[in-house]
Design a binder for this molecule. Structure first.
Ligand code: SAM
Length: 290
């Protein structure tokens, strides 16, 4: 099969594209419908090349010559087990430690001191769409560092729930192993404190971080099975993949799971009409539940 490297959005920016496979308009719209039904990810024609490039790997793996054969396989009892891998191929997982660092500054400078002053010692965060774990691990570092800085620390109960739809990135979050280049945004003092060498050029998050984080599979389109509310929800760079209606639906569901006075953190291009949705806009894509 002939191949060339093309530039695509996310996942490192470049992907191998097997050019010999064509997708018909009908096949493309069937896949776009299926992706939407399974994930809420809304695929327009602009993403045609990305869909071809990501799915061609799976077609090649199974030896299918057309996209229709792969589509039929996904609907066949024999292909049920492939559905997760199909979804994994479609998600875009770009993330970084300390991405949009102002959110972490807000937590250490404003949010946690506020809880501390109110004698609150229990903190619950949800990283929704956690990808490979850089976001929940950054949160864990910030929470531990901030608590350590308080004069009267007391004993805090900190928990971070990290969820994603993509089972491959979930495994990587659980493993907590990163290439050295990925750790660049973390100061060397914090790197030494919170990561151990784990092979050539690799570093693993220490148990003190891992113990705070629970990783679960959750489709944001499904009902949320939580009994208690969160002090903060991170839902960053996920809503961009959804339709305007689905974004609203997700934010409304999240609103119901934030404690009064708690916070919603969105990605830089995901601003809300906050007042109409039960939040006060604090700027920098930080929203406080009214
Ligand atoms: C671009 S990453 C963002 C990672 C991180 N939040 C950040 O801002 O760095 C988007 C993540 O959302 C996940 N995702 C996409 N659709 C989802 C859905 N319906 N339910 C749960 N997670 C989803 C993807 O698998 C991917 O890991």
């Amino acid at each position: 099969m002939e191949s060339k490297v093309v530039k695509t959005e996310g996942n490192g920016g470049y992907e191998r594209n097997f050019v010999s496979l064509e997708i018909t308009d009908k096949e493309f719209s069937s896949f776009a419908d299926l992706i939407y039904r399974l994930t809420g990810i809304y695929i327009t024609d602009k993403k045609r090349q990305l869909v071809i490039s990501r799915l061609t790997k799976r077609l090649k793996f199974f030896g299918f010559g057309t996209f229709s054969e792969y589509y039929d396989f996904l609907h066949d009892p024999a292909g049920v087990i492939e559905v997760r891998e199909f979804i994994n191929q479609i998600t875009t997982n770009k993330t970084d430690f300390f991405r949009e660092a102002h959110h972490f500054d807000f937590i250490s400078d404003t949010m946690l001191p506020g809880l501390h002053n109110q004698n609150e010692r229990s903190v619950r965060f949800w990283s929704a769409g956690c990808s490979t774990g850089e976001e929940p691990y950054t949160l864990a570092i910030i929470l531990l560092e901030t608590i350590e800085s308080f004069k009267s620390r007391g004993s805090w109960d900190v928990k971070i729930l990290a969820t994603d739809l993509d089972t491959n990135v979930m495994k990587r979050t659980v493993a907590g192993v990163y290439e050295e280049a990925k750790l660049k945004p973390i100061s060397s003092a914090l790197r030494t404190k919170y990561f151990s060498p784990a092979g050539p050029g690799l570093f693993e998050a220490k148990p003190i971080l891992k113990n705070l984080i629970t990783v679960k599979r959750l489709n944001l389109m499904d009902p949320y099975p939580f009994k208690k509310g969160f002090n903060g929800i991170f839902c960053r760079n996920v809503l961009i993949y959804f339709t305007q209606e689905d974004r609203k639906r997700v934010v409304n569901k999240m609103h119901a799971h934030i404690r009064p006075g708690g916070f919603l953190f969105l990605g830089h291009s995901e601003s809300l009409l906050a007042d109409s949705m039960g939040f006060r806009n604090l700027g920098h894509t930080i929203y406080q539940k009214l």
